[in-house]
Design a protein around this ligand. Structure first.
Ligand code: GLN
Length: 383
């Protein structure tokens, strides 16, 4: 055992709940509705494009900010979807995943003692990403059980030290989405301030019931203070590729790239070459909403046979549900027991609160084959 002394930079952090629950699912051969990833194959055409790029010798470093044709395809897509005019040279950086883009954006802007407004429940990387930069997360609770934003509470949480607000729509873990009126409220709050916006839009294409995605890219006045983060993994069913990108105005991108160039430096070349072509296929991303909405609806219908009560989900891979008719134990204990005894892994939503607030809610991931969803529900019916 090593005797060297190390002072932890993240003393309150353990292994992420996603790793914990996936390991438990594997150990107990449970159906894994925990960690968010699809269990069906990605596009064969996209795989073929990567192989082709490798065979064509696209195997050396691409430019630090990313392969230019890919950045051009992203700019075209943003213009098509959000009427946004983005310069691929100065405003887009390809990153190894969406989480990395968010981490880099926070590292770009934060000074010690700055404050960042974070909504809870919220994705579990945000607070450690803030704290590792010596800054402080100021949490604002989403309003249970619809998980919408209480803008009066946000206003109260703002101080002279507020450096940024992190928004996330469609929202992980709850599937709530922000509306145009949320954008108006956000606008009122940041207008005339030096507050940055970090917008986590990794589920931009997974939005249901014909609701339009309120991308920050639609709003030039908000975009000028924003780092908007995206993920190819969620869009193309390849979460293991760890590919994403960050869109930010030139002055912000310049600083973002200073952080990125001495960390990952750049991303996997053949994948970028392939994505540059594949992104031009609009159908591949436009069809996602209806595919995923069908899965959500199928899962809701199936879960009706169980004693779980599902909440709403308007987007993302996820839907939350309470188990109050089954047990009154804490959500972590219940999720562990459900994995071991029923053979279904989920994520306890208290993991998305800094103080472990427990509303006795579990997150279910429905981006699975119908047979996987059915197998899970069969196990839950008698529980
Ligand atoms: N984003 C995925 C989820 O919410 C997990 C990512 C991870 O495992 N770090 O489940």
């Amino acid at each position: 055992m090593s005797t060297i002394q190390l002072t932890s930079k993240l003393p309150n952090v353990g292994t992420t709940i996603f790793s914990v629950m996936s390991a438990l699912a594997n150990e107990h051969k449970a159906v894994n509705l925990g960690q968010g990833f699809p269990d069906y194959p990605m596009s064969g055409e996209l795989i073929a494009l990567v192989s082709e790029a490798m065979r064509n010798n696209y195997n050396q470093y691409p430019p630090m900010p990313g392969w230019m044709p890919l950045r051009e395809s992203i700019a075209e897509k943003a213009a098509f979807l959000y009427q946004s005019n983005i310069n691929p040279d100065t405003e887009i950086t390809i990153t190894p995943g969406g989480t990395y883009a968010i981490y880099s954006a926070l590292t770009t802007i934060l000074q010690p003692d700055d404050e960042v407004i974070v909504f809870e429940p919220g994705y579990d990387s945000y607070i450690p990403n803030i704290e590792i930069n010596g800054a402080k997360a100021v949490t604002v609770s989403l309003v249970y059980p619809n998980y919408n934003i209480d803008w009066v509470a946000v206003k109260k949480a703002i101080t002279p030290k507020t450096k940024a607000i992190i928004i996330n729509s469609p929202h992980n873990p709850t599937g709530s989405v922000i509306t145009e009126s949320d954008i108006q409220e956000l606008r009122k709050i940041v207008e005339g301030t030096n507050i940055f916006i970090i917008s986590d839009e990794v589920y931009e294409h997974l939005i249901f019931d014909s609701i339009p995605h309120q991308s920050i890219l639609r709003y030039p006045d908000l975009r000028e203070r924003s780092f908007v983060c995206f993920s190819f993994g969620k869009t193309y069913n390849c979460t293991g590729w760890k590919m994403g990108y960050c869109i930010a105005p030139p002055e912000l991108t310049k600083e973002f790239r200073k952080v990125h160039q001495f960390n990952a430096f750049t991303c996997h070349t053949p994948t970028q070459v392939a994505l540059a072509t594949f992104l031009k296929n609009k159908e591949a991303y436009l069809s996602l909403s209806s595919i995923m909405q069908e899965k959500r609806d199928h899962f809701i219908k199936f879960m009706d046979q169980t004693r779980f009560t599902l909440q709403n989900s308007s987007g993302s891979y996820f839907i939350c549900g309470t188990y109050e008719k089954i047990s009154d134990e804490g959500d972590k204990d219940f999720a562990i027991r459900l994995t071991k005894e029923a053979g279904v892994a989920t994520i306890p939503v208290s993991a998305f609160y800094h103080n472990g607030k427990d509303d006795k809610v579990l997150r279910f991931c429905f981006s699975k084959k119908n047979e996987t969803l059915e197998a899970a529900v069969e196990k839950l019916v008698n529980y």
